[in-house]
Design a protein around this ligand. Structure first.
Ligand SMILES: [Zn+2]
Length: 299
């Protein structure tokens, strides 16, 4: 049932339409020849010749080792350089806490204290460092967990899913958020695309959360896939008992209303490119994703 639901979503909820950048690198293999073999077979081995051969072999071994050491040193100096760049960048970000606090509060749409801002900066710094040495999957998962908590949605039983395959066969779709709140991201995204897309999609989750609480029946109705009848209890399990308009904090009421309207009338990119880009839900999510990516200078 879950995969069928996902299937429906993939075919009908094409929420993203950004160009993908091919990710890859070319590795040159080092060609190794052993002229010493030829030397042995074509020459009479004298004591002196043998000594020369040993010296030659020793030289070869040494140069091979030196190459390895040089490569390792090169790699570790690259890592050190990257770590140092992150330290320098974050020193600048820590120097302006009010700016960071304002950015976080707007992107994550909640009142974030000065102390929490500092903690958040520290965690993003650690994740960026993790991104230097860990796999991209690990980096994306760390970003997802961090951002989900920052949006105040950490307790929701929604998941993060990396996909090796294009969504609905369309490689321009970088990710989407399904009506049950799971965030799906292409595994081949660059680090900055992934960082941006994850924050973008979790902003959609924030929209969905408020859309559901603002007008639960409409949300459930609009989120029914064809040939499926997902009962309201399922959505309640995900988002909790509906707060209703009166239960939503005043500061977020307008956002909740816009979310409810836009989510119920969502226009997939497959239906209309201009409709997709101009709808409130997308403009809001693009702004959040771009603002946080630019703030951290993720390139
Ligand atoms: Zn979107």
């Amino acid at each position: 049932m879950i995969s069928s639901v996902s299937n429906y979503i993939s075919n009908n909820r094409q929420c993203e339409s950004k160009d993908t950048v091919a990710f890859g690198s070319t590795l040159k293999s080092v060609d190794s020849t052993t002229p010493a073999d030829e030397y042995v077979s074509s020459s009479k081995i004298t004591q002196k010749g043998n000594k020369n051969l040993l010296i030659a072999l020793g030289g070869l071994t040494l140069s091979g080792l030196s190459l390895l050491v040089a490569l390792k040193l090169g790699k570790s100096s690259q890592i050190n350089k990257a770590m140092h760049a992150i330290d320098t960048k974050f020193a600048d970000l820590f120097a302006d806490i009010p700016k960071a606090r304002k950015t976080f509060s707007k992107v994550f749409l909640r009142d974030i204290s000065e102390a929490e801002t500092v903690e958040m900066l520290n965690r993003y710094k650690e994740i960026e460092k993790l991104g230097v040495t860990a796999s991209k999957d690990e980096y994306f998962k760390a970003i997802y967990n961090e951002a989900k908590n920052n949006y105040g949605l950490g307790s929701l039983p929604t998941e993060f899913k990396l996909s090796d395959k294009p969504f609905a066969g369309n490689s321009n779709i970088l990710g989407f958020t399904d009506p049950l709140g799971d965030v799906h991201i292409r595994a081949n995204l660059s680090k900055s695309e992934g960082f941006n897309t994850i924050h973008h999609e979790l902003r959609h989750l924030k929209q969905r959360y408020y859309a559901y609480h603002y007008a639960p029946e409409e949300y459930v109705k609009a989120s029914q896939p064809k040939n499926f009848d997902i009962p309201q209890e399922v959505f309640e399990h995900i988002f909790g008992s509906p707060m209703g308009k009166n239960g939503i904090p005043k500061a977020y009421l307008k956002f909740a209303e816009n979310s409810a309207i836009s989510t119920s009338n969502y226009c997939p990119a497959s239906a209309s490119t201009s409709g997709y880009f101009t709808q409130w839900a997308e403009k809001d999510a693009y702004k959040a994703g771009n603002d946080i990516t630019n703030f951290f200078g993720i390139v």
